[in-house]
Design a protein around this ligand. Structure first.
Ligand SMILES: [Zn+2]
Length: 190
């Protein structure tokens, strides 16, 4: 895994997606229930350019258990709202870093963290999400770690929008749910 620091927003987006696969967000249903679901999550959310070959990696039950543990830590980080806690815990997630380097692209360079060559899948995801959490804390602030505004959703998210006005963990789903509820309430009131 190679994670460019200036793409922390995209990395934080992967953290949000991972946290919201938890059974607590889906009325007890784990959206990351087996190794196949984990493989699909990685293929869908991790940019191939950050992890060449990772989409061909077959996750093991150990990878799944370790990713569930990572998910729990990320949830605690987002729930905490405290800069010291967020930084300390996200720093632990980056323990699989092997080298710090510059990616050279055409005529420019940018900071990049690489995992150690033998890093397990969950540790690679830990570096990715850790860079996302630290990058957002540094550039945007801890108020960007928030619960979903939908009253019947227990999801959380890291807001990387330009104006910082994101309200829902899954905008297409939770936002629509609230709109439908408001619409029905208006209809009842008439
Ligand atoms: Zn939500």
């Amino acid at each position: 895994m190679q994670v460019p620091f200036d793409e922390y927003a995209q990395a934080a987006g992967v953290a949000t997606e991972l946290v919201n696969t938890a059974p607590g967000v889906w009325n007890g249903t784990d959206m990351l229930s087996d190794a196949a679901a984990l493989e699909s999550f990685v293929t869908t959310h991790v940019p191939t350019v950050w992890a060449p070959g990772l989409d061909r990696m077959i996750p093991t039950p150990d990878d799944l258990a370790a990713t569930h543990a990572l998910r729990d830590v990320l949830r605690e980080i987002i729930d905490s709202g405290d800069a010291r806690t967020i930084v300390d815990r996200a720093t632990v997630l980056t323990r699989s870093v092997g080298t710090l380097t510059l990616a050279i692209e055409d005529d420019r360079t940018r900071w990049q963290a690489n995992t150690a060559p033998d890093a397990a899948l969950a540790d690679q995801l830990g570096l990715l999400t850790g860079v996302g959490v630290l990058g957002v804390t540094h550039a945007l602030g801890v108020e960007r770690f928030r619960p979903c505004a939908s009253p019947d959703c227990s999801g959380v998210f890291i807001d990387t929008s330009r104006n910082g006005a994101r309200r829902y963990c899954m905008p297409g789903l939770c936002g629509n749910r609230v709109n439908v509820a408001n619409h029905r309430a208006r209809q009842r009131a008439q």
